[in-house]
Design a binder for this molecule. Sequence first.
Ligand code: NAP
Length: 258
Amino acid sequence: MSTLAGRHALVTGGGRGIGAAVAGALAAEGIRVTLLGRERGVLERHAASLPQSAAAHVVVADVADEAAVAAAFADARARHGEVDILVNNAGIALSRPFAKLDAATWASVIGVNLTGTYHCTREVVPAMIAAGRGRIVNIASTAGLVGGKYIAAYCASKHGVVGLTRALATELAAKGITVNAVCPGFTETAMLDRAVSSIVANTGRTEEAAAAAILTHNPLGRFVRPDEVAAAVVWLCRPEADAITGQTIVIDGGEVQH
Ligand code: NAP
């Protein structure tokens, strides 16, 4: 049996894409999972696919909404007790030239990706300090480490997530809590499909040409799979990773080396 069996993990955006893969990989360790997202139906379908030992619980909230997050975490605690492992995965990506980046779009990307991470993290830290243990894994991005064209808000939000990760790791290391960021490159999810469609719409290229353009600087020459990101998250949650904190684990086929 896994050393993680019986722990309680909450995964934001746990119903689809990378979050669904992370929830599945944690459930395979015998961890009890709570899936948080905005669409109950999506979350419930994924919960039904997980092993019974996960006792998958679904809570609905927009991570940008502080009160909704507080209610969702209260619900999660009522079902499975305090959260031992928090995976801040919920995120949105929008691409447009900076000159067309209006304040409402900026606020919505920062609100979900960065402030949402703050809201959820604040819900778990006091109990983790009291317990003397905990794991926080933030799904950032390579855009949290390097710049990119037309993604100023996304890039700023993910750099913010990396900064929050490093600050909290420093503050909480002596409390038995590790805080790390996993930074995927382009990963096979609906978010990637939308990026490809946007290039097709803006340039008139075919989907194949758009995908090839995204991969131009990728030494591996293929997109990341969600299960590859999930494996890194599980590794960071294991006791063997007790001394790993404040790190940015890049999973991108070698495109960003830092
Ligand atoms: P996705 O398939 O679009 O999934 C995004 C997830 O976030 C969904 O589960 C969505 O749930 C949830 N979400 C979005 N806004 C939310 C909100 N306001 N409140 C609660 N949940 C919200 O994208 P993905 O690729 O799996 O992305 C997951 C994370 O990986 C994101 O943080 C993204 O920035 C990061 N990432 C992705 C890539 C990539 O190429 N795919 C690369 C680097 C980093 P609902 O819509 O059901 O609420």
